[in-house]
Design a protein around this ligand. Structure first.
Ligand SMILES: CC(C)(COP(=O)(O)OP(=O)(O)OC[C@H]1O[C@@H](n2cnc3c(N)ncnc32)[C@H](O)[C@@H]1OP(=O)(O)O)[C@@H](O)C(=O)NCCC(=O)NCCS
Length: 184
């Protein structure tokens, strides 16, 4: 049985991973949610209006009452701002497995921030919640995301062909990475 604990705060060297609050709306809109480049390989498109971002955060805030919800805001201690998110997007209770997804603002790319966040989240999911397998997948063109998975010690498992349609209409394939608790 998984021991769900919900979205509890996790501190790393540079980050605090914590619940989203309504006052994070401006940071989220400005730092990543309105940026088409950040959204290039994501299922959702850039927010055209800050009210969309606010609604998304309020929905997440409501979902925290459910202790199976894992959606962290990535708060950069040095910058004193929220720069991205990392979450559990799918969970399979009987197999004790889950899938994580993440994004951060362009200004913060290539500083090892998401690798730091992903390592901390996987540790929490394995040792606090009891998951035994964490999966992540990325559009094969999204090389940076694959690097994050590799640097966090995940193992390439397979390519899933023609998983979906990008917002530009093209078909895409996904690379699937996995980490088992026994790999740690
Ligand atoms: C993918 C993403 C989360 C990476 O976050 P990050 O904090 O920049 O990640 P890290 O700095 O830990 O690692 C990124 C790695 O990719 C590399 N990289 C970045 N852009 C690259 C590119 N175009 N081609 C190849 N490698 C690239 C970086 O050099 C770094 O590798 P290194 O440490 O070996 O040099 C971030 O770019 C992002 O939020 N993108 C938009 C949203 C998104 O795509 N989310 C993932 C969906 S699957």
């Amino acid at each position: 049985m998984l021991q769900h604990k919900g979205t509890k705060s996790i501190e790393t060297i540079r980050l605090i991973l914590r619940r989203f609050e309504e006052w994070d709306t401006k940071d989220m809109f400005m730092n990543w949610a309105s940026d088409p480049e950040v959204c290039q390989y994501l299922s959702w498109g850039p927010h055209q209006d800050i009210t969309v971002t606010r609604k998304r955060i309020l929905d997440w805030a409501r979902s925290y009452k459910n202790n199976t919800t894992y959606i962290w805001a990535i708060y950069l201690k040095a910058g004193k701002k929220v720069i991205g998110s990392i979450s559990v997007e799918l969970s399979n209770e009987s197999q004790k497995s889950c899938e994580v997804g993440y994004c951060i603002g362009k200004e913060y790319w290539s500083r090892g921030i998401m690798t730091e966040a992903l390592l901390a989240v996987m540790h929490y999911l394995f040792y606090e919640v009891g998951y035994e397998r964490v999966q992540a997948k990325h559009d094969v063109l999204n090389i940076a995301s694959g690097r994050v998975m590799q640097k966090a010690g995940m193992r390439f498992e397979k390519i899933q062909y023609h998983v979906g349609i990008r917002r530009d209409g093209s078909l895409y394939d996904c690379a699937v990475y996995v980490k088992n608790i026994t790999d740690d």
